[in-house]
Design a protein around this ligand. Structure first.
Ligand code: 13P
Ligand code: SF4
Length: 303
């Protein structure tokens, strides 16, 4: 506790000196969420990065999030506490594969989940996050959609649109681990609880949800629901904000495996260090960034 207090004081000092803003995804460790200027889901954090006046953005999340911030704010310095914090789902799609698919479906528009590399975004018509995926798809004047990389979210979105979706086979290792059996066991144990679930989970698990939505949608739902107990089907870091919003409610994670190891690579110590040393920084080649920016900006414009 003493060490954390010292780290927090140092962080405050450095933040002022560097004119920096700290953005933290809801899946980050509590010790990082505590000190962030903004906590958010991937959509809100992209908006904040695009709009900030600060000179330095410290992005506490995984690599593609820092990259998106750099693409949206190319003149700012973007730091991440540990560059090894990747996203296995983002790595499941490659440029060659996507180009092949585009050649096979020349009339399709490419919709890419923000959980992807800058190179993939550069090959994309429009990005989306789990909070706006359906809206983004409905905004397009195309009947055919190439969807990368999350098959689970793709399946969920397909149920809410008549457009034909060609869905890539990627998935989130963390959310995909949750099974029907886990949820059935929890529901049997806590029959009064509502099950809230992220659409990155398997379709058959999502189908069991009393509520399905992105991180922010789940937070809003739990805050406003009259239920007192929830079985949570998303990453364990969301517990921080869930408990902050509703200290009188109980949140039980559907398994103890709902932890994204990549998100947890970051910690308070590394956060302070990156602001001290101004390393590691995110770089995106200008050519790639210019192409990728269009797809992110289009997403930000969809109401
Ligand atoms: P959201 O923040 O959009 O809910 O995304 C979940 C996720 O897996 C981020 O890596
Ligand atoms: Fe990637 Fe899943 Fe971790 Fe999000 S939770 S960063 S999608 S591995």
């Amino acid at each position: 506790a003493e060490q954390n207090r010292e780290l927090r004081e140092k962080l405050l000092r450095l933040k002022k000196e560097r004119n920096a803003i700290i953005l933290a995804h809801y899946y980050q460790r509590d010790e990082i969420q505590e000190v962030a200027d903004f906590r958010g889901d991937s959509f809100l954090l992209a908006q904040k990065a695009a709009a900030t006046d600060a000179e330095v953005i410290v992005f506490c999340g995984v690599h593609f999030m820092g990259e998106s911030a750099k693409i949206l704010a190319p003149n700012k310095t973007v730091l991440i506490p540990d560059e090894r914090a990747g996203c296995p789902m983002a790595d499941m799609v490659n440029v060659d594969g996507l180009r092949k698919l585009k050649a096979q479906h020349p009339n399709a528009k490419v919709v890419t989940y923000i959980n992807s590399s800058a190179e993939i975004k550069a090959e994309t018509d429009i990005c989306c996050t789990s909070s706006n995926a359906v809206k983004v798809i409905q905004s397009l004047d195309a009947e055919e959609i190439i969807w990368v990389p999350d098959k689970n979210l793709g399946h969920y979105v397909q149920q809410h649109t008549d457009k034909k979706m060609i869905i890539w086979e990627g998935y989130c290792n963390t959310h995909d681990m949750l099974t029907v059996k886990h949820v059935m066991e929890m529901k049997a144990k806590y029959p009064d609880a509502e099950f809230v679930v992220h659409p990155e989970c398997r379709p058959e698990v999502v189908a069991m949800g009393d509520f399905v939505g992105s991180t922010t949608a789940i937070l809003d739902y739990c805050k406003n629901s009259p239920a007192k107990r929830f079985i949570v089907g998303t990453e364990d870091g969301t517990g921080y904000q869930l408990r902050l919003d509703s200290p009188d409610k109980e949140f039980i994670f559907a398994t103890k495996f709902l932890v994204c190891p990549n998100m947890k690579v970051n910690n308070l110590k590394k956060l302070v260090k990156c602001l001290e040393t101004m390393q590691p920084q995110i770089y995106v080649p200008t050519e790639v960034a210019d192409k990728a920016r269009t797809s992110l900006e289009r997403m930000l414009q969809v109401q």
